[in-house]
Design a protein around this ligand. Structure first.
Ligand SMILES: [Zn+2]
Length: 281
């Protein structure tokens, strides 16, 4: 009899584990369908990156924001007190990147740490010949593989209000998060099928080399020179341009634009007239 009970409990456990993804998806769907709070709507209406999206994307954005705020912890650092303005401003920009899907939700992300302004990060590492290095950087944002994004509120707000300059720390760090869903950030986020990586690496590889050449000669480019640091930074930098300067990217880098359009399942260049993301260009 005890063996029968143990087997039964084991079966229940297996069924519970198998059912978890469906229960979680159903829970998120219920959250998406809740009425969007008026206080949150007022913050959203003040954000150019969200206020003039096409109507169907605005509705989806509100659903994603509700799930994002229900699921992720917002932690104020250095005395910064979290409020609706901070949470909605971050969530709206982060959820722009997943608007192409009705169910995406940054599955690995648990926490967003928010500093009042840029913050100092110190790293220690030992190189291949055993020499220890110490580095100190002042950052506006950082994305960690273990489910955290760190942001400067000052830079987050600047990115939310200037939507056509190609600089947006939230888009940058959340592009890293998507990249990190497929393992360490390397500029190759999860694509639908194996064969898509061939085209992705061909197009992004050629454009990365091009940016490296341009940056080394100090020539002008649509993309920030920082994108020439490595393929992961390149993906984050071109994602900023994709959402903030889509028409120029489509004109000057059409193949690259098409790869990001395929990955994000969004076409920001077509939002002209419906979105301030493009209306000021
Ligand atoms: Zn980066």
């Amino acid at each position: 009899m005890p063996a029968l009970i143990v087997s039964f409990l084991a079966l229940l456990l297996v069924l519970w584990l198998l059912g978890q993804p469906y229960l979680s998806a159903a829970r998120r769907q219920r959250i998406r369908q809740r009425p969007f709070p008026d206080a949150w709507r007022r913050v959203l209406q003040g954000l150019p990156c969200a206020a003039e999206l096409p109507p169907e994307l605005q509705a989806r954005l509100q659903g994603h924001i509700q799930v994002f705020i229900a699921d992720k912890a917002f932690i104020g650092c250095q005395g910064l007190v979290m409020n609706d303005e901070i949470r909605i401003t971050i969530a709206a920009q982060a959820c722009l990147l997943i608007l192409g899907s009705s169910s995406a939700h940054y599955q690995n992300l648990r926490e967003i740490l928010v500093y009042p302004d840029s913050f100092v990060v110190e790293h220690e590492h030992t190189d291949s010949i055993g020499v220890e290095h110490h580095s100190r950087q002042v950052l506006a944002g950082e994305s960690w593989e273990r489910g955290q994004v760190v942001l400067s509120w000052h830079d987050t707000l600047a990115g939310a209000t200037r939507t056509d300059d190609g600089y947006n720390v939230v888009i940058h760090e959340f592009a890293h998060q998507l990249d990190q869903e497929a393992g360490s950030a390397n500029g190759a986020p999860r694509l639908p099928r194996r064969e898509h990586y061939t085209r992705w690496s061909k197009v992004l590889g050629a454009e990365f080399e091009r940016l490296c050449r341009v940056a080394s000669r100090h020539e002008p480019s649509l993309f920030d020179d920082y994108g020439a640091s490595d393929p992961a930074e390149f993906f984050a930098v071109i994602s900023e341009a994709f959402f903030e300067q889509p028409q120029r990217m489509l004109t000057e880098h059409p193949e690259l634009y098409r790869e990001l359009k395929f990955f994000y399942r969004l076409d920001p260049a077509s939002w002209l007239g419906a979105s301030t993301l493009t209306s000021s260009q």
